[in-house]
Design a protein around this ligand. Structure first.
Ligand code: HPA
Ligand code: ZN
Length: 339
């Protein structure tokens, strides 16, 4: 029997702060003299039961208090990349939330310095290529996003794209038109979370006002036929996060997830992990979970893996190399249809 290896894939929707596992959180808390309001890792894990996006975000931002130094960010990213390798990840496009750190007195330079140290080592250490995506917190002001962009200017050569995350409802993409225009002028790609908890109108705004290259989540596009037609016509990638959707109660049950309907509609869907330390699985775990809950065959899983590379911010030669790896792959994800 050949060793069972997961399908090669790109991970395109991954918040690095959402990879902070309880073990590392407690280790960093001790090292940095930060008091956590949980007596143990087990007690912390028991708090991982979320009613909605906001209840998750409250814990997500609170736990970040342990991240203080460049070394902390480098360790966080290295721990993610080590796990990503085991999950078959060949390319990772990684979100970070500068405002969640600058608001605590940790500079953009500290965050980017630590993350890029781990990312720069990843190709040789883990065989993973990487990009960084800087997200603006949409529940903060447009002025704060602009100030963040200016603070990040010295590091833009290390940043591939800008994104938009945090509490969606009440904070439409159009609020950030100005900073996205600046990002595009600076040559960055643009993505935005839209249609997770927010309505299809927010997906339209992300496309038409922010002129994004990809939509993060986007599952609520299925409520608007015209929107689906637009996303299909332009082959706008959607970075769907199935286990996140269930944990944040965007979707009641994984068996009801619209992923198969989205694929049937011709949408360029990818599968990702979002905040894997909080949502019960990394990216291959998401692949396995949708395979089992939605009865996906091997060819569908290969399509999802191919889509991840089609949707990635890669040069064409590297994209082709990774697509060939998917075609050549023989392993557990090949499923029943491969023989
Ligand atoms: N949605 C919005 N903001 C986020 C998420 C998410 O799933 N994860 C981390 N920040
Ligand atoms: Zn997300």
């Amino acid at each position: 029997m050949p060793p069972v290896t997961p399908l090669p894939k790109a991970e395109l929707h991954l918040h690095i702060e959402g990879t902070l596992e309880p073990e590392l959180a407690f280790e960093l808390a001790a090292r940095n003299g930060v008091r956590l309001p949980y007596a143990s890792q087990e007690e912390l894990r028991q708090a991982y039961s979320f009613a909605d996006l906001q209840s998750f975000l409250d814990l997500y931002y609170a736990l970040m208090a342990v991240l203080r130094t460049e070394d902390d960010f480098a360790e966080l990213a290295d721990a993610y990349l080590a796990r990503a390798k085991e999950q078959g990840v060949r390319h990772a496009e990684i979100f970070f939330d500068p405002q969640a750190h600058t608001s605590r007195g940790v500079s953009v330079g500290t965050v980017v310095g630590g993350l890029t140290r781990a990312l720069d080592a990843a190709e040789e250490k883990y065989g993973i290529t990487t990009r960084l995506i800087m997200c603006f917190l949409r529940d903060q002001s447009a002025e704060s996003a602009l100030a963040t962009f200016e603070a990040a200017r010295p590091y833009l050569d290390r940043i591939a794209a800008v994104g938009l995350d945090s509490a969606e409802v009440g904070h439409p993409p159009s609020k950030f038109a100005e900073v996205y225009a600046l990002a595009r002028e600076a040559g960055l790609k643009c993505v935005a979370h839209a249609g997770e908890e927010g309505p299809p109108a927010y997906v339209w705004e992300a496309l038409d006002v922010l002129k994004v290259d990809r939509i993060d989540h986007g599952v609520r596009c299925m409520e608007d036929e015209r929107l689906v037609a637009r996303l299909v016509a332009d082959q706008v990638p959607l970075t769907v996060c199935p286990l996140s959707n269930v944990r944040l109660r965007v979707i009641e049950d994984l068996a009801d997830h619209p992923l198969p309907a989205m694929l049937d509609a011709g949408l360029l869907v990818t599968v990702n992990s979002d905040d894997p330390a909080y949502f019960g699985g990394y990216v291959h775990d998401n692949f396995t979970a949708v395979r089992d809950a939605l009865d996906l065959d091997g060819e569908t899983l290969r399509t999802l893996a191919r889509n991840s590379f089609r949707a990635a911010f890669l040069d064409e030669a590297t994209r082709e190399k990774y697509l060939k790896e998917v075609d050549a792959h023989e392993g557990e994800d090949a499923g029943a249809s491969a023989s």
